[in-house]
Design a binder for this molecule. Structure first.
Ligand code: 48H
Length: 262
């Protein structure tokens, strides 16, 4: 097979990347919602918001999206959700089956589920900044009004050459979807503005309902979702099952939309 690719020079390819990135970045320096963390809860929140035409940017410190959603648990790539969260797998078009031993416990292939969630979030129109880490929050009149970010690579530099100042991005609402770390919440705690209760011990029967129930504005301008909810409110953990992450992300999107309407 012979293939003739259309002509383009090296410099034209570089210009295409730099030009498009800079244009998009400039456009999202001020946005409606910033989501920190591109795991299952953050992606789901991004999908929910973008599908309702909200201008939303997801900031992810890794070069890949998906967080813990690529693996079901214990390095095994089968993931589980409990009813009623299979409705979200339906929404995403993820094939799954009911586990033969337990009614209402569903299993899917994690790579397929994660890829479908990422695709759905991008298709809905959410924009992504990869390799970008939360450095701080923007705080105006006791309200979170954006984030301070830096390239993730900067934190890997030796201290003596790491004088790279971060930049700020403004938004009406910030969603902390950074998982167990609850990184944005932590920034407020460091200033004595609130206290994280810290994630509780494992109790799957209780935890998933509680995480979805507590998905809310934890501090003016800052909504928590996913495992950041457990860390903020001191709720039990659920281990390797993802229904609450997906449903909490969807709810965080809904809570943000309500806030934007006020
Ligand atoms: C930019 C950041 C920063 C930062 C982190 O860990 P995640 O998958 O989080 P959730 O809450 O969507 O899902 C949690 C789930 O994966 C899990 O761990 C469960 C269900 N555990 C239960 C249990 O009992 O243990 O994704 C968080 C994302 C990741 O992609 C991080 O790289 C990213 O946030 N992130 N991005 N700046 N400071 N901190």
């Amino acid at each position: 097979m012979t293939v003739e690719f259309s002509p383009a020079s090296e410099s034209q390819i570089t210009r295409a990347i730099v030009g498009e990135f800079a244009k998009e970045f400039e456009n999202y320096v001020e946005t409606e919602v910033i989501i920190v963390g591109g795991g299952p809860s953050g992606l789901m929140a991004g999908k929910e918001l973008a599908s309702k035409s909200v201008k939303v940017l997801i900031i992810e410190r890794n070069n890949y999206l998906g967080g813990g959603f690529w693996l079901g648990g214990f390095l095994m790539n089968k993931l589980t959700v409990r009813s009623p969260a299979e409705s979200i797998l339906d929404e995403l078009g993820v094939p799954y089956k009911e586990y033969s031993e337990v009614k209402g416990l569903y299993i899917a292939d994690a790579p397929q589920a994660c890829a479908k969630l990422i695709a759905a979030t991008c298709d809905a129109g959410a924009k992504i900044l990869n390799m970008t880490s939360l450095d701080d929050v923007v705080l105006h009149d006791e309200k979170v009004s954006g984030v301070v970010v830096n390239w993730t690579a900067v934190s890997a530099l030796p201290r003596e050459i790491a004088c790279v100042d971060p930049v700020s991005l403004e938004s009406k609402v910030v969603i902390d979807a950074t998982g167990h770390d609850a990184s944005a919440v932590k920034k407020l705690e460091e200033r004595g503005l609130l206290k994280r209760k810290g994630q509780g011990a494992m109790w799957v029967e209780k935890s998933e309902n509680l995480v979805v129930e507590h998905t809310s504005e934890f501090y003016p301008g800052l909504i928590v979702t996913g495992m950041a909810v457990s860390a903020a409110y001191g709720l039990p953990r659920m281990g390797p099952t993802f229904g609450a992450m997906l449903m909490s992300g969807k709810k965080a999107g809904e809570v943000a939309i309500e806030k934007l309407r006020v």
